[in-house]
Design a protein around this ligand. Structure first.
Ligand code: CR1
Length: 833
């Protein structure tokens, strides 16, 4: 059965005007773009709500096993275009709006980003939600509703400044506050032993209670009526505690304490690597976990009374260690509140959790000081000790008294600051441990969790990341979308992305190539307009648009890119006229945020801006080279940048990027990669062929072409030896010259930049020196290839054609089948014809 709401343009117009008048409370005869956007969003939301009710009722009736995706971060970006496209009513809305005198695209620009996350991990969660909905899986997302999302990056005089992102300022039309879905979350206090029905049990008397209230965000699938829910929790003062304060006459403090409760979910931590030892962060983790578990258990109990069935109905996905207190919380509820015997509860817990880790190095793993945990969550600390005691006893039976290994594997770290190792806890208690690329999964088995792998090899799996083609082609690149559907003769690839391989047979077709180049040009134009509006820099559309956008990190080596650009600039300056005529013009684009406390990363941003200033103002170089730093890179900007890129750079020092998902978005958009063999690029090469800079190899003879990616740099296994050798052996002349230019103040601020140069000439931990020569070769190979537009276009077409494997649809199917044990549950609808 379909819904009440009709989707013809007349009905849509009526709905929009209704919302202008009664929701936005403006006259339907006079409203501006922003008000029109709000009304439009509400009318779309009505349709989403209807579908989400239908979906939930259907799930309730069928009672399938459900998956719960627990993540402290979701980087959703904008919702409008994505929603109407997934609902299949974008064109109807565009018609309706144009009759009202508005343009859909213009209104879509009014929406701000929902930036409740930092980087890769958070955007991956968003892509995976889209796939779960589209593939009809009975799934939920759970997270936190931060009032301040990731900070806004403002560049002043070339330096990064952070400004708060109070994204809820003008309301959020997409969410629904569920005032009746609230749960108390307890903190602090003491644990007393009690006798209940003749049995000893532990009672936790909390010192503080905060109420969690649910905000539901609908996630529509594409080509299905299924619309699932991302439920985000916000803090609210608990009535109970307020009552006590009011009764003691302390009115002012009672009111002030309301504020305190809201603080828990007020701000997202902006560092994507370390949160160690921060009380508020731990509070956020437990707050979100406790509310989610209460909600999940309540839903289970609505239909079941026996907890033996819990693992048959519930799969819990831990997105990194951030939600791993869920393990302890379920144990606590089962033992202390449901009064299950410890062993029985433990059996259940061990069947629930699947754990995915996104870090590569041991230092990136979360640890929580015991003192902190014990004061905030006293009962949880006891439970962790008990879990660890049982685990270590069991381990001794399996491996004997190998104390080194026992102490490495212990959940409790006995160091100067005694801590709980959240990763060890997660590995011990989960039935599956997932890496996010083949290379990363191998690193988990052989390095990070070697001891655990030897104990439980069957737990370890690989779930190579993916991104959603709905957002990264259909929404962000409508011209490419139309072209793909035309040449493939169907839109079915939007749900079944493997169909993109059908393009391979036309890769050499002159007509397709022509159209392909046009599409790229349109997207480059859009990006060029943005660049000019933002920075005043005019860029030539004939230049190669070369992009590196991602969080700024030493290991991601934006510095290598900048050194390469300085080298290019220096070369051009030293060329005569005839040499210059052969230069392939470049527009280098860099964007990304640095964590506010990450000094080196902030210096890299400043260096980029200083170099840009010099190059862009050098009329002698003109269009041959431009460098632009794009401030405040976020999802909606990525939607403009990625389709407009010719080449994209993924330069992580081998062995440091767990996967990388940016590369997949560029690939889908027909962009060639210049990359190290790290994380998922290794699989991209496997899938669509590769090239050692200079020579090309044929992967598929039937294609009669050689497919190129521009690869360079040390391979993972070579890294330790290179580090050992030290920089003295490897400082190439070109690198020395470039560093010299920076040190001599060619770009100003020489004192400030010395330490950056020292890091390269000193221990060169990230191997910029040793990879520099090979980086320049790969760059030269890219220039050469770009000079042949036909061949470049052919490679571009093959990039898109081979990108299907990197769809999050594949990843989510893998999770559903191999980790969660869930099956699609599709609401019968108009889409089923
Ligand atoms: C990793 O650094 C990976 C994403 C998603 C990141 C990146 O290589 O692609 O996770 N980790 O798996 C991260 O964001 C906070 O940690």
């Amino acid at each position: 059965m379909d819904g009440f709401l009709k989707n013809d343009p007349i009905s849509l117009q009526k709905d929009i005007l209704y919302h202008v008048e009664y929701t936005v409370a403006r006259s339907r005869f006079s409203f501006d773009d922003f008000e029109a956007y709000q009304a439009l969003a509400h009318s779309v939301r009505d349709r989403l709500i209807e579908r989400s009710h239908d979906t939930q009722l259907y799930f309730k009736r069928k009672d399938p096993k459900r998956a719960y995706f627990l993540s402290l971060e979701f980087l959703m970006g904008r919702s409008l275009s994505n929603s109407v496209i997934n609902l299949g009513i974008r064109d109807q809305y565009a018609d309706a709006l144009s009759q009202l005198g508005f343009e859909f695209e213009v209104l879509a620009e009014q929406e701000g980003d929902a930036a409740l996350g930092n980087g890769g991990l958070a955007r991956l969660s968003a892509c995976q939600m889209d796939s779960m909905a589209t593939l009809d899986y009975p799934a939920w997302g759970y997270g936190l509703r931060y009032q301040y999302g990731l900070f806004r990056q403002v560049i002043l005089d070339g330096f990064q400044h952070e400004q708060p992102d109070f994204w809820l300022n003008f309301g959020n039309p997409w969410e629904t506050e569920r005032v009746h879905v609230t749960y108390p979350v307890k903190f602090y206090g003491t644990v007393e032993e009690e006798i209940l029905n003749g049995q000893k049990c532990n009672a936790w008397n909390p010192g503080e209670v905060v109420e969690a209230v649910a905000y539901d965000n609908p996630i529509p699938g594409y080509g299905t009526r299924n619309t699932i829910t991302l439920r985000l929790w916000a803090g609210k003062p608990s009535d109970q505690r307020d009552m006590e304060a009011f009764n003691t006459g302390d009115y002012i403090n009672a009111v002030v304490s309301r504020q305190k409760a809201e603080n828990i979910s007020s701000v997202l931590y902006p560092d994507d690597r370390s949160y160690q030892g921060k009380e508020l962060r731990l509070k956020q983790q437990y707050f979100f976990v406790s509310a989610s578990m209460q909600d999940i258990i309540r839903r289970f109990k609505d239909a079941h009374s026996n907890f033996d069935e819990f693992p048959e109905k519930v799969a819990l996905q831990l997105n990194d260690t951030h939600p791993s207190l869920a393990i302890v919380e379920v144990m606590r509820v089962l033992v202390d509140e449901e009064h299950l015997d410890w062993n029985k509860a433990w059996d259940i817990v061990c069947k629930l959790f699947s754990f995915t880790i996104h870090a590569v190095i041991a230092e990136g793993l979360e640890k929580i000081p015991v003192d902190l945990l014990g004061s905030l969550l006293p009962r949880h600390l006891q439970i962790i000790y008990d879990i660890n005691f049982n685990f270590v006893e069991e381990l001794k039976k399996r491996i004997g008294l190998d104390y080194d290994r026992l102490s490495r594997m212990s959940i409790v770290e006995e160091a100067a600051v005694k801590s709980i190792r959240m990763a060890n806890l997660s590995v011990v208690c989960s039935h599956t441990v997932n890496g996010v690329s083949k290379v990363h999964s191998e690193l988990l088995r052989t390095k990070l969790f070697k001891d655990f792998y030897e104990l439980w090899p069957e737990k370890f799996q690989c779930k190579t990341n993916g991104v959603t083609q709905r957002r990264w082609i259909v929404v962000s690149n409508p011209s490419l979308c139309a072209l793909l559907s035309k040449w493939l003769g169907t839109e079915a690839w939007i749900r079944n992305v493997d169909l993109l391989t059908g393009l391979r047979e036309y890769a050499e077709d002159a007509d397709l190539q022509q159209e392909w180049m046009m599409v790229k040009k349109v997207n480059k134009m859009r990006l060029a307009e943005y660049i000019e509006a933002m920075s005043g820099v005019k860029v030539s559309l004939d230049a190669m648009f070369d992009v590196q956008t991602k969080r700024i990190h030493e290991y991601k080596r934006q510095l290598l890119n900048i050194l390469g650009i300085i080298h290019r600039y220096d070369c051009i300056k030293n060329m005569d006229k005839s040499q210059r005529s052969k230069v392939v013009p470049r527009v280098c684009i860099i964007g990304g945020k640095a964590a506010p406390g990450y000094e080196v990363a902030k210096k890299i941003i400043k260096l980029c801006n200083a170099v840009a200033e010099k190059i862009n103002n050098d009329t002698d170089v003109g269009d041959l080279l431009k460098l632009v730093f794009i401030p405040d890179y976020n999802v909606s900007l990525a939607e403009v940048v990625i389709p407009g890129a010719d080449l994209s750079q993924h330069l992580s020092t081998a062995g440091h990027e767990a996967s990388g998902t940016g590369s997949m978005k560029f690939l889908m958009n027909g962009c060639l990669l210049l990359a190290t063999e790290d994380g998922s690029t290794v699989e991209i090469i496997e899938e669509i062929g590769g090239r050692e800079s200079g020579k090309c190899y044929l992967r598929d003879n039937s294609l009669r072409i050689c497919f190129l990616q521009f690869l360079f740099g040390a391979k993972i296994h070579e890294v330790p030896e290179l580090r050992e050798k030290g920089p003295a052996h490897k400082l190439p002349l070109q690198c020395a010259r470039v560093l010299g230019l920076i040190r001599d103040g060619h770009f100003g601020f020489e004192d400030y930049f010395q330490s950056l140069c020292d890091s390269v000439e000193g221990d060169d931990f990230y191997l910029l020196c040793s990879d520099f020569g090979s980086y320049l070769e790969a760059q030269a190979a890219a220039d050469k290839a770009f000079a042949d537009p036909k061949k470049w276009t052919q490679m571009s077409i093959l990039s898109t054609a081979g990108s299907g494997r990197f769809s999050s649809d594949r990843t989510i199917r893998d999770y559903a089948e191999k980790s969660w044990g869930i099956e699609p549950c599709r609401f019968p609808s108009e889409f089923d014809g």
